[in-house]
Design a protein. Structure first.
Length: 223
């Protein structure tokens, strides 16, 4: 077995196990503190998609973003965790979310959709979770139509100070947590810089305490 793929599989197994472990209490812990970021990301995705637009929600989890998307878009969610998706399906049924076309167990690094299938790919709080960030970004980009938008909402590690020290220490528990507290911006910034057809149209910090960053990345004609 290729050692890179073996490492990916090991990391993916731990991420999936952690996700399943968090599923029963995910909403309790991660709803209100993360709501401002989720709302901003959902609004950015809806604005970019427009009425009738197709939105892919990568790492949809229990579906907290889904009610924040307007009824005039078509949303498809994917997640690697079946327990998370069961909660998302319950949310869709309970709230009558007609904008949701489907929810699928799927690996963000191996999307089972054709090229150029979506107007927007929305990745909320997921890039510090996936084992292979570049591959997940490549896949999101592949399924985007020309002129489409990738919306990323994520935490990025601090460059200095107490927060940097805390994040560095927390990184030792990354496998158990299921995400990387010490996740560098370069993991996404370097990928953007390598793509001649990628352009950042928005970057802003969001509450609480600007711990999270919203990136809006446009898929433009190659320069």
């Amino acid at each position: 077995m290729n050692p890179i793929h073996a490492t990916r599989g090991y990391a993916g197994h731990h991420a999936q196990a952690a996700y399943s472990r968090w599923a029963p209490i995910y909403d309790l812990l991660f709803d209100l503190p993360f709501h401002p970021g989720r709302l901003a990301a959902a609004q950015a995705a809806a604005q970019a998609a427009g009425p009738g637009g197709e939105i892919l929600v990568i790492g949809v989890g229990t579906g907290l973003e889904l009610p924040l998307l307007p009824a005039n878009v078509h949303a498809t969610g994917i997640d690697i965790s079946a327990p998370m998706l069961r909660a998302a399906r319950t949310r869709v049924d309970r709230q009558g979310l007609s904008q949701v076309k489907g929810l699928h167990v799927m690996d963000a690094a191996a999307l089972e959709f054709p090229d150029a299938a979506f107007d927007v790919a929305l990745a909320p709080y997921v890039m510090s979770v996936v084992p292979d960030v570049a591959r997940a970004l490549d896949e999101a980009w592949r399924v985007l139509r020309a002129g489409g938008t990738l919306v990323v909402m994520n935490h990025f590690a601090a460059d200095k100070g107490v927060r940097k020290a805390v994040e560095h220490r927390m990184e030792t528990a990354a496998a158990w947590l299921g995400w990387h507290p010490n996740f560098p911006y370069s993991a996404i910034g370097d990928w953007i810089a390598s793509r001649p057809d990628a352009r950042i149209s928005e970057r802003r910090g969001l509450p609480p305490m600007k711990l999270f960053t919203l990136l809006r990345i446009e898929k433009v004609a190659a320069r």
